[in-house]
Design a protein around this ligand. Structure first.
Ligand code: EPZ
Length: 422
């Protein structure tokens, strides 16, 4: 198993470019199943979640050519609609293959999705929406089997603006008869990116980024070429890396308005952030406690940046409160940060962080993707050596975070711990 070894104390400086968004490419790969032509996607991050999704598409019969950060797909001849359980369980995002497979083949069989341990990850909103479009759903023995003659357009109100349910139902509606109207949808930038990709293939989707998305059913989709939007969570992580080390970093290939809530909160915490049209200059400063960070659906503060800002606020002068309103179980990084000397306590869905002058390097374990990134950030500024185990979680969403940070002067190494076969 691979580990990161970090010697804290280096101030980061230099320039870094952000790659395409993980939470765009994953639904867009699912959407490519709807195409009867060739699809090319640019700026694809080389992360393990993309590899898993491509393995699933390959099992379904999709032809794939992945060179560097460019991906070509041909989904014209799908051979099956059953997704291998082993692959399904590796990643939650596989659940939004249901929509495209129902749209294109009229049936799909999936096992319950896996994913990070950040709380129960129900799929009731996905299934309720599909059933209202005429899909028959059978849940038994840990599998969900769904089939539909022709999907019919429907008006669906989501009880919660779920990102995955919004994307799944958008894709299921592409070939449905008539109009589908989705209310109380997620408004994340990745939803807009998915709409733009679908419309380039000939779909008729309107309203992504607002509370209501309307889809007019069509008969078929062509190929398309699409460049992903930059990954706003990787960008936010690098902003914190610059701030936590009191460094000075230029972050290129970003869309500042996608980061508005993050930039605003990090300025409140004392970082100096200068915006340009597609880049930021970040300078550190004295970290100040922030009375309230509350994660919310977009455009609120993103839950995917909650562990990272908590690492920063561990060094703040003063007390901070972070409330996690989106996921029930997204505090697994707190124990690990406290092993490094952070003083964080939990009251229900809120974490109270009493800032300390320094954290100390320690042996810690990445419990999930963003929690792992938070431990890297804490280690960059800790006194001494931090050893982070289970870095495969970090590789799910960051294309070589260690190399990105090394480029900016961090003393971080990836080591291959011996696998002891007992
Ligand atoms: C997407 O997950 C992202 N993943 C997550 O990013 C992100 O944290 C999340 O949206 C929220 O922004 C991808 O896009 C691949 P949700 P998703 O459905 O779609 C409840 C990362 O680190 N819910 O918006 O699974 C659910 O329990 C990952 O990059 C239901 O109750 O998130 C949760 O409390 C982590 N029923 C809330 O909604 C449902 O049917 C938000 O979940 C679906 C969701």
């Amino acid at each position: 198993m691979e580990k990161f070894v970090i010697e804290g104390g280096e101030r980061l400086s230099g320039k870094i470019r952000i790659t395409g968004a993980k939470n765009s490419i994953l639904p867009i790969l699912a959407a490519s199943l709807l195409s009867s032509g060739k699809v090319r996607i640019e700026d694809v991050p080389r992360i393990s979640d993309v590899k898993v999704m491509l393995d699933i598409l390959e099992c379904l019969g999709v032809k794939i050519d992945w060179k560097e950060n460019s991906l070509e797909l041909d989904a014209d001849s799908l051979s099956t609609s059953e997704i291998p359980e082993k692959l399904m369980c590796e990643m939650r995002s596989s659940i939004f293959l249901m929509g495209p497979l129902l749209g294109k083949l009229g049936k799909v069989k999936v096992s319950y999705p896996g994913g990070c341990a950040i709380g129960p990850r129900p799929i009731d909103l996905h299934l309720k929406g599909l059933i209202s479009m005429g899909v028959e759903v059978v849940e038994e023995n840990g599998y969900v089997s769904a089939k539909a003659g022709t999907l019919k357009g429907s008006t669906i109100h989501l009880d919660f603006p779920s990102v995955g349910a919004t994307e799944n139902l958008m894709m299921a509606a592409i070939y449905a008869k008539g109009f589908t109207r989705l209310h109380n949808v997620a408004k994340e930038p990745e939803i807009v990116d998915l709409q733009n990709f679908l419309n380039k293939m000939g779909a008729r989707v309107r309203g992504a980024g607002t509370d209501i998305i309307t889809i007019e059913g069509v008969k078929s989709l062509d190929g398309a070429v699409h460049r992903l939007i930059p990954d706003r969570i990787i960008a936010g992580t690098m902003i914190v890396a610059a701030g936590i080390t009191d460094g000075e970093v230029i972050i290129e290939n970003i869309i500042p308005e996608h980061l508005e809530a993050v930039i605003s909160k990090l300025r409140e915490a004392g970082l100096e952030i200068l915006e340009d049209s597609d880049s930021l200059m970040v300078r550190g400063g004295k970290i100040k406690g922030v009375n309230s960070v509350r994660t919310l659906p977009y455009p609120g503060f993103p839950t995917d940046m909650q562990p990272q800002i908590m690492a920063l606020l561990s060094y703040a002068d003063g007390i901070s409160v972070v409330k996690e309103s989106v996921f029930e179980g997204r505090f697994s990084h707190i124990n690990e940060l406290n092993k490094m000397g952070a003083q964080i306590t939990v009251q229900e869905r809120s974490a109270i962080i009493k800032g300390v002058n320094n954290l100390k390097g320690a042996k810690v374990k990445a419990p999930d993707l963003r929690a792992g990134a938070a431990l890297v950030l804490a280690g960059l500024s800790a006194q001494g050596t931090t050893l982070i185990d289970e870095v495969h979680y970090i590789d799910r969403g960051y294309e070589r975070l260690d190399l990105m940070l090394q480029k900016l002067g961090a003393n971080i190494k990836r080591v291959h711990a011996p696998v002891i076969n007992v």
